[in-house]
Design a protein around this ligand. Structure first.
Ligand SMILES: [Zn+2]
Ligand SMILES: [Zn+2]
Length: 265
C-alpha cells in the first residue's frame, strides 16, 4: 500500500516539475539553479530584486562582463566561469554596494588585523597585509598606518560561514573573500573565508597576498574590472600569484580615484 502511495506521489511530483526556461540552454535543473543563484548574487542591481524575468538580462550582463557571446542563454563556458573561485563582491557594484564612488579623504588610512587564519603564521599575515596595501600605496598619494588595537579604518579578518554581516561565506571554494567600500564602521573592512586553504605560495591553496591585494582594491573604492589581466578581475587564478603586479588597468582605476603620487604634497 505504501509503495503504491509513494508511486502516485512520485508521478504527481514529476508531472508538476516545470520545464526549464529557454535561458537554461539545455542544462540540468541543478545547473540552472546554480546559475540563478550566481546571477542573483553577482548581477543584481538591487539587493531586493529577486525578479526572475530579468534573469536573461543578468545572464547577458555576465556574458558581456566576461567577454563571451551575449546570448542570454546558459552554456558550458558560462557554467565553467560560475564554478570558479572568486571574490564575493558583485560585478555590478556601482549600483549596489558602492553608490556614489566613495573614497578615503584623509591622507593616512589606518588598518588593523582583527583575526587570523590557522593556515599562516601571524607574522606572515601581517607582512602580507602590509605588502598588499603598499602595492596600492606605491601608486597613489595615500599612506597606510597599522594599528594593533583601537579603531582603525580598514579592519581585516578571517571568518567562516555567517560572520556578522549580510554576506555569509560558503565553505571551501567559490567565494574566497569580500571587502567593503571606504566609509564608517564596516566601510573598508576586508573579510577572508577561513574555509579556504590560505597560502604564501602558489601551488596549493589560495594565495593570500594576491587575494588581499584584490580585496584592498575594494577597500579603497575600486569595483571589479572586466580586464582578465587586472588584479581587480573577479575570478581567482591567473598566472603566478607570487610574481603578480598591478596591471595598467588597476593603476588607472586607483589613480582616477586618488590621483597619482606626483601630486602628493
Ligand atoms: Zn572583488
Ligand atoms: Zn564579511
Amino acid at each position: 500500500m505504501w509503495v503504491a502511495v509513494l508511486g502516485v506521489l512520485c508521478l504527481l511530483t514529476n508531472s508538476l516539475a516545470l520545464p526549464l526556461p529557454p535561458e537554461a540552454g539545455g542544462m540540468n535543473e541543478q545547473q540552472w539553479k546554480q546559475a540563478q543563484d550566481y546571477l542573483q548574487r553577482f548581477y543584481s542591481r538591487d539587493s531586493n530584486a529577486r525578479d526572475d524575468n530579468s534573469l536573461r538580462d543578468k545572464l547577458k550582463e555576465m556574458q558581456k562582463f566576461f567577454s563571451l557571446p551575449i546570448t542570454g542563454i546558459l552554456s558550458s563556458r558560462v557554467m565553467e566561469i560560475m564554478q570558479k573561485s572568486r571574490c564575493g563582491v558583485p560585478d555590478v557594484l556601482e549600483y549596489s554596494l558602492f553608490p556614489g564612488h566613495p573614497k578615503w579623504t584623509s591622507k593616512v588610512v589606518t588598518y588593523r588585523v582583527d583575526s587570523y587564519t590557522r593556515d599562516l603564521s601571524r607574522s606572515t599575515v601581517d607582512r602580507l597585509v602590509t605588502k598588499a596595501l603598499k602595492i596600492w600605496g606605491n601608486e597613489i598619494p595615500l599612506k597606510f598606518r597599522r594599528f594593533n588595537w583601537g579603531k582603525a579604518d580598514i579592519k581585516i579578518g578571517f571568518a567562516r560561514g555567517a560572520h556578522g554581516d549580510i554576506y555569509p561565506f560558503d565553505g571551501p571554494g567559490n567565494t574566497l573573500a569580500h571587502a567593503f567600500a571606504p566609509g564608517k564602521d564596516i566601510g573598508g573592512d576586508a573579510h577572508f573565508d577561513e574555509d579556504e586553504r590560505w597560502t604564501d605560495g602558489s601551488k596549493i591553496g589560495i594565495n593570500f597576498l594576491y587575494t588581499a591585494t584584490h580585496e584592498f582594491g575594494h577597500s579603497l573604492g575600486l569595483g571589479h574590472s572586466t580586464n582578465p589581466n587586472a588584479v581587480m578581475f573577479p575570478t581567482y587564478g591567473v598566472g603566478d600569484p607570487k610574481t603578480f603586479k598591478l596591471s595598467q588597468d588597476d593603476i588607472r582605476g586607483i589613480q582616477r580615484i586618488y590621483g597619482n603620487v606626483y601630486n602628493f604634497k
